[in-house]
Structures are given as C-alpha cells and as structure tokens.
Design a protein around this ligand. Structure first.
Ligand SMILES: *[C@@H]1O[C@H](CO)[C@@H](O)[C@H](O)[C@H]1NC(C)=O
Ligand SMILES: *[C@@H]1O[C@H](CO)[C@@H](O)[C@H](O)[C@H]1NC(C)=O
Ligand SMILES: *[C@@H]1O[C@H](CO)[C@@H](O)[C@H](O)[C@H]1NC(C)=O
Ligand SMILES: *[C@@H]1O[C@H](CO)[C@@H](O)[C@H](O)[C@H]1NC(C)=O
Ligand SMILES: *[C@@H]1O[C@H](CO)[C@@H](O)[C@H](O)[C@H]1NC(C)=O
Ligand SMILES: *[C@@H]1O[C@H](CO)[C@@H](O)[C@H](O)[C@H]1NC(C)=O
Length: 816
C-alpha cells in the first residue's frame, strides 16, 4: 500500500518535471500550439521562434526566428512576411491534415506551410541551425521531413542552408530583401543561383540582372576575391545532376555569421558577430564597386576600376562605336581582325578576370586544358575556354557567343583564353617558343639583379647594425630594396576614400592613421607621414627598417609601404579592437576584459618582447612600450606596435646610450630617463608598469591616491609590503580572477620595476614566471616611487624630450 503510494508520488513528480521542461522547449506537436508571447527555443539556445513586432508599428505582429544569444534582435526568417497580424491573437499550430498554420482571430489562416504530404504524427522542431522543421515521426519508422524553413528563406542565408536549386523537385531557394528595415515584405532585390552548365550566383534588382559573382572555380567565385579562405567559414558551390546550390559551413563552432540581401544599400552583405564589441560587422559585400554592375562594359570590354575610363577593350579588340569623343561602352568591343573559323584561329590569354556570363556555356569535369582548347576550336561559336577547377587544375569550361560582364580582379581573378584571328593570337607554335625563350631570359636577368640588390642590402645593413643605429639612417633606396611590398599612392588613396576624415583612426607617432579597404576587401591601417613632421622621417625609416624583418604573432604585421615623392606611408593589418587602453581604461568596455582575457594579453605581450629581445634576427629594444602601443585583433590577441623609436643591436651588444631620450613618461626606467641608458631591461621596466596598469585598471600617469603623491609603483609597493596587494586589483576583474595567479602577476610586476636594471628579470624568465614554472624571488625597492612632479624636481638636469613625451600628440591611436 505504502509502496504504491510512493510510486504514485514519484510518477506525479516525474510528470511535473516534464511539464516544467516543456516551458522552454524546441518541439511541439498537434496537441499543443504556440501562441503570441510564447517562444520555441532551439536546444543549444542559439535560435528562438516566436512573434515579434517590426519597426515603429508595434501593432504588426510577425512570426519569425531570431538569434537567442545576441542582444541586438536579428531576425533571420519570417513566416507571414507581407501579412502582419493586427493584434496578439496569433497562434501557430498543426492542423488536422498535418499542415503548419498561423491563425489570427479575425482572419483565420494567415500563413500555412502547404506541405503536400499528409502526416500521421506531425512534430514541429526548431533545430540548432535555426531551421524550423515539420516532420512526421511515426514510431518505429524513420522520420519524414515534410517541410523546413530553410527551403523558404527570407533575406538571410545561415550556415548549412542551401541557396539554389533542387532540380528533382524544381524547388528554387532565393534570398529576397526586406522592403525596408521595418517591413519584412520582399522588396525587389533577390539573390539566387543560376543552374547553368557552369553555375553562377546572381543578384537581381526587379527583373534586371544587377550583379554576378562569376562561376565557381573550385576555390571561390572568380569575381569575388574577398571571399578568401578565412578562420570563420568555408563556402562551396555544389553542382550535380540533382542539385545546384551555394552553401557555407562554419570552421569554428562559435563563429556567428550570416549573409543577407539589403534593400537599403542594394547589395548582398556578409555579417560577422564580434563578441567583444558586441556588434555586427560587415565583412564583405557585393557588388563591391562600380565595375561589378552587370554588363557595364559590354561585350569583350573589361572593367578596370583604377582605369579612366574604367572600360577597356581586351587586347586585339577595339571599341565598337568609334566616335573618339564618347565611346558608348554598352556596345562593347569588336575584334581588330575578324575570325576565320575554317582556316584556323588562335587564342590570347587574359589574366586576372572575373569570368564572363555563363548563360551559353559548356563544361566537362575531366578534360584538361589542351583538350579544352581543341574542343573550343572545333566549334565556330566557341569564343573562350579556361580551366574549370583551378584548385585541382582540371576540367574544361567553354563559352559560346560574345563574352559579357568581364572585370579585372587582379588578386584572385582567373586566366581566360579568348578566341582571336590566328595572326593576333599568342599561341602559334614558333611564336610561342620564342616568347617562352624571351620570357626565360627576362626572368633570369630579374633574378640576378634582385640577387645583387639583396646581397648589397644585407652587407650594408649588417655594417649599420654593428655601427649602432642611433640615427635610424636608411634611405629610400634601401627601403625599396627590401622584400616589402610597395603600394601605389592611388591604391591607398582609393582605399581610404582619399584620406577622408571619416576614415581617420587617429594620430600615431609621426602622423595620422587611416582605416582603408583594399579592392580585394582586406582591411588595412595606413600610417601617413605628415609632411610637417621633421622627426617623422627618421622614425618612419626606422620603423620600416625594423619591422619589415620581424614576424611574430604578438607583433603588428606590416603589409607594405608606399613611397612616392613626398608621400610616405606604412600599411599595416587593421586591428578591429583598437588598442588595449581603449578597454582597460574605459568605463564600460573594461567589463569585456575579465581576468582570463587580461592574463592571455599579458602573456602575449611578454612573448612578443622575448621575440624582440632575443629570438628575432635583430636584437631589438622597443623603448616605447605602453598600453596604447598594444593593439588587439578580433580575437583579443595582443600585438605590439609602433617601432618608431625602437633600436636594433648586433650580436653581443646589450645596451645603448643616447642623448635624445625618447619614450613616454611614466613608462621609462630610471636609468634611461635620467642617464639616457637603455637596454632590454628598460623595456622590462615598462612591461612592469604595463602589468600594474592591466591589473589595476588605472593609469600610472595621473594615478592619484588620497593624499600621498605615490605613483602606481609606489602604491603597489606599499600595499605589497603591508600584505594587502589584492587591494590593487581592478574591481571589474575580481570576480573572474584566480587570486593566486593575479598576486603572482603583481609580484612579477614588482620584480620588473626594481630600481637597478641588473636586478630585473629578462623577459624570457618573466614568461617562465607567468607560467608558474619558477619560484619568485623577493623584489627589492622599485625605482620611481613618486609621481612626475617629484621626479622633475629630483632631476631637472635632464629633461627628456621627444615626440612621444608629448602625450597629446601621441596619445591613443596607432595602426590597428
Ligand atoms: C492553444 O493551446 C491552448 C492550451 O494548450 C488552448 O487553450 C488554445 O485553445 C489553443 N489554441 C488554439 C487556436 O487551438
Ligand atoms: C487589420 O485591421 C484592419 C482594420 O483595422 C483590417 O481591415 C485588417 O483586415 C486587419 N488585418 C489583419 C491581418 O488582421
Ligand atoms: C490545413 O492547412 C492546409 C493549408 O492551409 C489546408 O490546405 C488544409 O485544408 C487544412 N486542413 C484542414 C483540415 O483544415
Ligand atoms: C542594411 O543596411 C543599412 C545601412 O547600412 C543598415 O542600417 C541595415 O541594418 C542593413 N539591414 C540589415 C538587414 O542588416
Ligand atoms: C568529357 O571528357 C572526357 C575526356 O575527354 C570524355 O571521355 C567524356 O565523354 C566527356 N564528357 C562529356 C559529357 O562530354
Ligand atoms: C557549337 O556549339 C553550340 C552550342 O552548344 C551548338 O548549338 C552547335 O551545334 C555547335 N556546333 C557544332 C558545329 O558543333
């Protein structure tokens, strides 16, 4: 009896438990429904299905799916796109024939899934991918998919979602933009796949073809160089007898990315979620520039964005309309000499192209290029051929009819062999051979000349290193001799919107820094030497000479430079998260840096310094290490930047001396600030200060504590001696920190800021200490316990002067 009662209680509890679970569920069946106000959440909580209001009209209710884990509401799918419900009476349910229907009180059925198959035991589930599925799950049998939201996209393509055709059923999945940011009803911008023999993706504006990505070449779309291999996602275009679709997969599970079509901007946009800034950023868009507009240059015209006029006829072609003054480019170009199919034609090779429209084309996956050429010559209407898959160098793609919509996309474009009259072609046997010989000779000459230059350069350079590099002397010729890529002024000017003030990121050590975007989509930071800066030229050359030789994941990467007359610029990789001081000294952003992240940053800076001090080809002392010179990439990895004041040494030299003390007050070691002596140990001192700032979230400069005039070092030293070091910790990191780890860091920082350089550890032992691999000795009294005022009165004899001492002109901003 009692046992029965207990069993009863147990069953009740079990039922309650399941009822409780069903509040936050990813499933419902025909006996339940989803009313306005309730939601369905995918099992990993990344997506949520429910009712939402769009824009200003809170009255219009839509059924949709959005990201659950993103604070900015981002809707990825809408059911009743053009048919909002006026009130909150909306209910989503499964009707008796197993269809998913959206009902409103006044209107009845507002939207239905219209699945054709009748279901016996229909179940609705929101999957972790954001796909809403309706399936029939009959006990003992496998589930049958009846309908899925991924087959009826709105404006968003999510990972694993197919864009394009199921040729067996005729289903065509396309994206269509919201009419306006408030109205999910489709506008006239549509993105889809053309199921040609050689498939292409196209953006339509109304019925007009507006943009083409170019066909798939095994790696990417030939016209979309921005779509390079990246850490976040991989794209693919699958084409077989049954399906033709475009898809992308995540490389990293945590990455959040989506592709949308945007009516407001008339383009397709790829967004990436940045977890640290908590914003969406556009990582790519199409059309990319005016040359991407479909058919801009007509047949056989290639659009070159940097040229004037941008339309250029292919080699051996001339404009069709011949009025000199204004060529009508839409008419395109014609051959200089007409073809003669029967006596024989040849081909010219055109490099770096977005391949032409594939409406009339033919492919064979197993032919090689030679067979392809023969195949093309066979048919008089074949106008061009090329390799189908450049990744495997295989396959054959052939074009019939005139070639339309060509664009020059140097970095990732493809070679195309265009049919011309035999006398114009560059593939005649003998001509080919002589050309090849000439080519070989030219290559050999270039190799010898570069070799000589490189050798002279190294000889001169090693001389200079031994002499010491106090003046940072290296002339432009030497800069140009380096393997460093040189950029054209026009390209950089274009990339930065002509150095527009909107693109300005701030002021660096020797001039303004701009953000730019190269034609291939890569984001860059451009440090431009201001013409008025006299000291700047020395620092500029110094920075180029040093950093061009350095490669480490904790140093900012120099992509190239640009020297043309007066204009001197350095081009760096762009750092989306700016510099460390933008986080640790910012009232709100400091929350984003919990202790594990701060510790990760500390270790990165330390490793970067070890590389500079001992592992790189040169021995380098940075001399201006501070929080604003530590940049953060999109994953918050630290990168040391600004080598304008750095010094390099030859093999056994460890220490230098200078009359011109440069660096930033508050970070300078005493022996350097006072006597101008610098060594790796003066960088260690600066690292110690940096460590204290990262731990405490307070600036050394302008550190005030009640009545004493101690600076951050003095303060830390006093708390340490009193056994209260934990009071130093930034209140924002306290929750996330491991106290022992952080106390260890305070201990290390005090070792780094000791008065005498010989007492301070080297950076490589700092790295070991941070890893907890060595015991820590007791720190001796630090240098500079007091703030700047007391220092100035102590040593008024040597007033450090430099561009960097001036915190106004050399404040926060650096290439990022
Ligand atoms: C939805 O379900 C609730 C309870 O589960 C029920 O009261 C309501 O009548 C249902 N609505 C419709 C339209 O079937
Ligand atoms: C919304 O309300 C208007 C009247 O206020 C009505 O004419 C219309 O049919 C309603 N639409 C829906 C979807 O309920
Ligand atoms: C269920 O909904 C579908 C789609 O609206 C409709 O064709 C079908 O008749 C409905 N079934 C019933 C029993 O109402
Ligand atoms: C479309 O672009 C505009 C302007 O950049 C932007 O404000 C809007 O959020 C974009 N739309 C979507 C759906 O992202
Ligand atoms: C493709 O080329 C291969 C090799 O030349 C040939 O065997 C095959 O039949 C071709 N396929 C088609 C569909 O033409
Ligand atoms: C050339 O190719 C076109 C397009 O595929 C085809 O219609 C035509 O019959 C071919 N001509 C010859 C001679 O093979």
């Amino acid at each position: 009896m009692e046992i029965l009662f207990l069993k009863f209680i147990f069953i009740i509890l079990l039922l309650l438990f399941f009822a409780g679970l069903s509040c936050e569920t990813d499933i419902f069946t025909s006996s339940t429904n989803l009313s306005d106000g309730r939601t369905l959440v995918s099992s990993d909580e990344s997506f949520e299905l429910g009712f939402f209001s769009s824009g200003s009209s809170a009255k219009s209710r839509y059924l949709g799916i959005w990201y659950k884990n993103i604070p900015i509401q981002t809707v990825v799918w809408v059911a009743n796109r053009c048919d909002p419900i006026n009130d909150t009476s909306g209910v989503l349910m499964i009707n008796s024939t197993g269809n998913l229907v959206l009902l409103s009180q006044s209107r009845g059925v507002v939207w239905a899934s219209n699945s054709k198959i009748e279901a016996q035991n229909p179940v609705v589930q929101l999957l972790d991918s954001g796909n809403l599925v309706l399936k029939d799950s009959i006990a003992g049998k496998s589930e049958i998919l009846l309908w899925q939201s991924f087959d009826y996209p709105a404006d968003t393509l999510l990972p694993e979602m197919k864009l394009g055709w199921d040729l067996r059923t005729g289903l065509n999945r396309q994206l269509s933009a919201w009419k306006s940011p408030d109205d999910p009803c489709p506008g006239d911008l549509i993105y889809g796949v053309l199921p040609y023999n050689n498939p292409d993706t196209v953006l339509w504006k109304g019925s007009q073809r507006y943009y083409r990505s170019g066909p798939w070449n095994g790696i990417g779309m030939s016209g979309l160089p921005q779509l390079r291999p990246n850490p976040w996602f991989t794209v693919n275009l699958v084409s077989n007898e049954e399906e033709v679709y475009y898809i992308f997969h995540l490389n990293k599970k945590s990455a959040i990315t989506r592709l949308i079509v945007n009516q407001t901007t008339s383009r397709g946009e790829r967004y990436l979620w940045n977890e640290y800034t908590r914003t969406w950023t556009v990582s790519n868009h199409f059309p990319w520039d005016d040359c991407d507009i479909y058919g801009t240059c007509g047949a056989y015209g290639s659009c070159v964005i940097t040229a004037l006029p941008p339309c250029q006829c292919l080699r051996d072609f001339k404009p069709k309309s011949q009025e000199e003054s204004s060529v009508d480019w839409h008419q395109g170009c014609v051959r200089n000499k007409p073809l003669d199919c029967h006596t024989g034609d040849g081909f010219i090779k055109v490099g770096g192209l977005k391949l032409p429209d594939t409406a009339h084309s033919w492919v064979n996956k197993s032919m090689n290029l030679k067979e392809c050429r023969a195949k093309c010559l066979e048919n008089c209407s074949c106008m061009a051929y090329t390799t189908l898959n450049i990744k495997e160098s295989s396959g054959c793609a052939i074009w019939f009819d005139d070639l339309i919509d060509l664009k020059l996309v140097q970095s990732s474009g493809q070679d195309l062999y265009v049919r011309v009259a035999a006398s114009d072609s560059d593939h005649e046997e003998t001509k080919g051979k002589t050309k090849m010989m000439a080519g070989l000779i030219i290559v050999a000459v270039i190799l010898v000349v570069t070799g000589v230059f490189v050798i002279t350069y190294y000889i001169r350079r090693s001389h200079r290193n031994i002499e010491g590099r106090e003046n940072g002397c290296s002339d432009e010729r030497q800069i140009e001799d380096m393997e460093l890529p040189l950029f054209e002024v026009a390209l950089i000017s274009n990339a930065t919107n002509n150095f527009s003030s909107n693109n300005k990121l701030g002021e660096g050590g020797f001039g303004p820094v701009y953000k730019g975007t190269l034609p291939d989509g890569k984001e860059i930071a451009v440090k431009r030497l201001s013409r008025s800066s006299g000291q700047g030229i020395v620092e500029f050359k110094n920075e180029v000479a040093l950093i061009a030789k350095l490669q480490h994941r904790n140093l900012v990467k120099l992509l190239g430079c640009c020297i043309q007359g007066e204009e001197k610029m350095l081009i760096y990789e762009y750092m989306p998260n700016k510099s460390l001081d933008c986080f640790i000294f910012d009232r709100t952003r400091r929350n984003l840096l919990d202790w594990p992240k701060r510790f990760h940053i500390i270790c990165g800076i330390a490793r970067g310094l070890v590389y500079l001090h001992q592992d790189s080809r040169l021995r380098i002392i940075h001399r201006d290490l501070k929080v604003s010179n530590v940049l953060l990439d999109s994953e918050m990895n630290p990168k040391i930047s600004d080598f304008g004041m750095a010094r390099a040494f030859g093999g056994e030299q460890f220490e230098g001396n200078t009359k011109r003390v440069v660096g930033t007050y508050g970070y300078m070691a005493p022996e350097y600030a006072i006597d101008g002596k610098f060594s790796v140990k003066s960088d260690v001192f600066s690292f110690g200060i940096l460590l204290l700032e990262i731990i405490s979230g307070k600036k050394n400069k302008g550190f005030y504590h009640l009545n004493d005039n101690l600076n951050i070092i003095g303060h830390a030293w006093r708390l340490w001696k009193e056994g209260n070091a934990s009071e130093l910790i930034d209140s924002f990191v306290q929750e996330s920190c491991t106290l022992s780890e952080i106390l260890r860091c305070i201990h290390i920082s005090l070792l780094c800021v000791q008065q005498h350089p010989e007492d301070r550890p080297t950076m490589s032992s700092v790295v070991l200490m941070l890893g907890g691999e060595t015991a820590l000795v007791k720190p001796k009294e630090p240098g500079f316990l007091f703030d700047k005022k007391s220092l100035e009165t102590n040593s008024s004899a040597s007033k450090p002067e430099s561009s960097s001492t001036n915190e106004l002109s050399h404040s926060v901003l650096e290439p990022r």
